[in-house]
Design a protein around this ligand. Structure first.
Ligand code: GRF
Length: 201
């Protein structure tokens, strides 16, 4: 399998994926200043930038450019790892059932780009992370793995997010390794029909 990772941020999840020796052939970022690009270069992995500022508000054209960048490297599994631009239908058509994402909440709770802040605001005592198949509806695709993280007295969004990310950095590479070993994304029977529609945040 050939994995393409999509990232926007510091890239600590990407680092965990690289450290797990998964077959990453390209890292695509949506902005030029992304720590993930430095990490990829350090690991000798090819990078590509599809700068969203050159496309937005045309997310369709942006998505098509991302699909092209992945296609240039014969990617067959896409791993979103902190990719902060919502993607449109073309990527879910090109890689049907093969776009994965990690999200910092126990989905279906707290979808969207502010999941940790929203959990803190809601006063829940437990949140966590979810590895799921991304579909056109953001943070709504079939769930592959989840793990809970406690919210403690005195926590801030930053302290909670850091504990969640520690879990993501273990869980996401585990899930990807399983997919690589299986040669396909295997969604459990109970989750198979839960497809309201899509992407990640
Ligand atoms: C992760 O918590 C991911 O779930 C969220 O963004 C964060 C990315 O962190 N969407 P990093 O760039 O991998 O350090």
């Amino acid at each position: 399998m050939r994995i393409g990772v999509l990232a926007s941020g510091s890239g600590t999840n990407l680092q965990a994926i690289l450290d797990a020796d998964l077959p990453v052939v390209v890292v695509v970022a949506d902005r030029r200043r992304a720590g993930a690009l430095d990490r990829a270069e350090q690991a000798g992995v090819t990078t590509a930038v599809v700068d969203r500022s050159e496309y937005l508000p045309d997310r369709l054209a942006f998505t098509e450019a991302v699909v092209d960048a992945l296609g240039d490297h014969d990617v067959d599994l896409v791993a979103m790892a902190g990719f902060m631009t919502i993607l449109e239908k073309p990527i879910f058509d090109a890689f049907e059932g093969r776009v994965l994402n990690t999200h910092p909440s126990l989905l279906p709770a707290f979808r969207g780009a502010h999941a940790v802040e929203d959990a803190l605001e809601a006063g829940v005592r437990v949140t966590g992370c979810t590895i799921h198949v991304a579909i056109p509806e953001v943070d709504a695709g079939p769930i592959l793995a989840q793990e809970a993280v406690d919210i403690r007295d005195g926590d801030t969004a930053e302290s909670i997010h850091e504990r969640i990310k520690e879990v993501e950095r273990r869980l996401y590479p585990e899930v990807l390794a399983r997919v690589v070993a299986d040669g396909d994304v295997r969604v459990g029977e109970r989750n198979r029909d839960r497809r309201a529609g899509s992407g990640g945040s």
